[in-house]
Ligand binder design. Structure first.
Ligand code: UD1
Ligand code: CA
Length: 487
């Protein structure tokens, strides 16, 4: 309902600027904020007003921006602005792409990521209820430095002046232009056609369309946004960091209100794509990234980063790193475990201290508790892998898989040289270097047999003491006195 009422003919998203203050070879718009690029956040807001046409104006590093758009918004149209001759010029470029479109056109920026679709819908609502030709989103800022100022006569907007073109009285105005507007398409087109670069930067200013509309007797209004973060643009990495902290604070607060216990919100980082069930506990230093999901009752942290990980109900993950892994219900991971892509741990399974896993399916109730490398492995339910076991999966050229059946037991410090298969209920003696298969129920011993030599120590000591006694003096060198060593 709301969506349909506030849908617009087009959104124009300006994203051609150079973003030099980021000092980056990556387009500013591709820098991430809580798990999504600045541009995808901006696109998310644009989608909030269900535009029939979505036009992104690209220019600086446009190949990067276009490639990213193909991934995150394949339906978006692009308009190329070859030289960055100002915001008015940028919108002119966009209008060529959507020639003939009538109705309402929203203009917004690619580098204002905290703006929400809900706020744009409110802007549309204010605009339509007032019957405006142009509505500007404004903010009242204690420090308005750098922004265009809103000029009013009484309550009526008369224009926008840029900081660099403003006189002292205008600079004192605290109502600023957010750069987000909604225009009637025809008036926007006419206004753009009239623009002249008569300003300090010799650019075509979109802000002058506001003055144009006022001048020609069209109704111009403002929508004042009180959440200053929603209109804040990102220009450098210090601003990006401050905004990351603010957005994270909001995300973390949101999860707490959904029933997640977060011990220390200041050191807990949760990206936008994460989902968390009720009664999950997050200890300090927990970082949840990508499409991670945590089921109810799980306890994560301290000092744990999970990226695209699925954690089952009641599981515990302590001081660990995991990427593209699935951790089963009531399973235990950590401390100090490293789960690489393709790891799946079954219900009540365990991956313990100093264990690295990769492409490893570890069954229900199976345990890899200590000091193990477990790569390219399939381990059956109930099996125990002893401390220090190495799954030797790589021969320098190819990688091979090791399979271990159910309820098997691999003794400590074994090396399983893949490909190798260990059957159900089989045993591998500690210290084995296994190169062949072990059938169900068999014991494999693949190491030198223990030999005890009676009396050896006494003989050895007598021998070495005799050696020392025979040495005349240390200065003559012990290495030369071999005469007493008759054996
Ligand atoms: C602009 C507004 C100012 C407002 C401020 C809010 C104008 C003349 N001024 O100023 O009133 O307070 O935004 O942040 O509009 N862009 C292009 N092509 C261009 C120039 C800019 O695509 O040729 C894009 C940029 O990538 C950016 C946005 O437009 O996303 C704003 O450009 P920017 O140079 O930051 O505008 P300001 O000078 O800050
Ligand atoms: Ca700016």
């Amino acid at each position: 309902m709301v969506e349909r009422d506030s849908s617009v003919a087009a959104v124009v998203l300006l994203a051609a600027g150079s973003g030099t203050r980021m000092k980056s070879s990556t387009s500013k718009l591709l820098h991430p904020l809580c798990g999504k690029s600045l541009l995808s956040w901006a696109l998310g807001a644009a989608e909030g007003v269900a535009p029939e046409k979505l036009v992104v104006v690209v220019g600086h590093l446009k190949e990067q921006v276009e490639a990213h758009l193909k991934e995150v918004a394949p339906h978006a149209l692009t308009a190329v602005q070859e030289t960055q001759d100002g915001t008015g010029h940028a919108v002119r470029c966009a209008m060529e792409t959507i020639e003939g479109v009538t109705g309402d056109i929203v203009v917004t920026y690619g580098d204002v990521p905290m703006l929400t679709g809900e706020t744009l819908r409110r802007l549309v609502g204010v605009h339509r209820r007032a019957g405006n030709a142009v509505t500007v989103m404004t903010s009242i800022l204690d420090n308005p430095t750098g922004y265009g100022r809103i000029l009013r006569s009484g309550n009526d907007i008369t224009g926008i002046v840029e900081e660099r073109d403003a006189d002292d009285a205008q600079k004192a105005i605290k109502e600023t232009n957010s750069g987000i507007y909604i225009f009637d398409a025809t008036i926007l087109r006419d206004g753009l056609a009239q623009l002249k670069p008569d300003n300090d930067q010799n650019q075509l200013y979109l802000t002058d369309v506001v003055g144009y509309a006022v001048h020609n007797g069209h109704k111009v209004g403002a929508y004042i946004e009180t959440d200053r973060w929603q209109t804040e643009g990102i220009n450098d990495r210090a601003q990006l960091s401050a905004m990351t902290a603010e957005l994270n604070r909001r995300i973390v607060t949101g999860w707490m209100l959904e029933g997640v216990t977060i011990i220390d919100p200041a050191t807990t980082w949760i990206e936008a794509g994460v989902s968390i069930d009720q009664d999950v506990v997050l200890w300090p230093g927990t970082i949840l990234c990508g499409a991670t999901s945590i089921a109810s009752g799980a306890v994560i942290g301290p000092d744990t980063r999970l990226t695209d990980v699925e954690v089952g109900a009641g599981a515990s993950v302590v001081r660990s790193e995991a990427i593209l892994a699935v951790i089963g219900e009531d399973a235990n991971v950590g401390p100090f475990s490293y789960l690489r892509p393709g790891t799946t741990l079954g219900r009540e399974g365990k991956i313990g201290a100093y264990v690295e896993t990769k492409n490893a399916q570890i069954g229900d109730d199976a345990k890899v508790p200590h000091l193990t490398y477990c790569g390219d492995a399939v381990i059956g339910a109930g099996t125990n892998i002893g401390a220090g076991t190495i799954f030797a999966n790589y021969d320098g050229t190819t990688k091979s898989v090791t399979t271990v059946g159910r309820n098997a037991f691999v003794g400590s410090q074994s090396v399983l040289v893949a490909p190798v298969h260990i059957g159900d209920d089989a045993f591998v003696a500690a210290g084995s270097a296994l190169t062949g298969d072990v059938a169900e129920g068999e014991l494999a011993v693949a190491r030198g047999r223990q030999r005890n030599i009676a009396g050896w120590v006494t003989a050895f000591r007598d021998r070495t003491r005799g050696k020392k006694a025979a040495s005349p003096a240390p200065t003559q060198g012990e290495g030369t006195s071999t005469s007493t060593d008759k054996e």
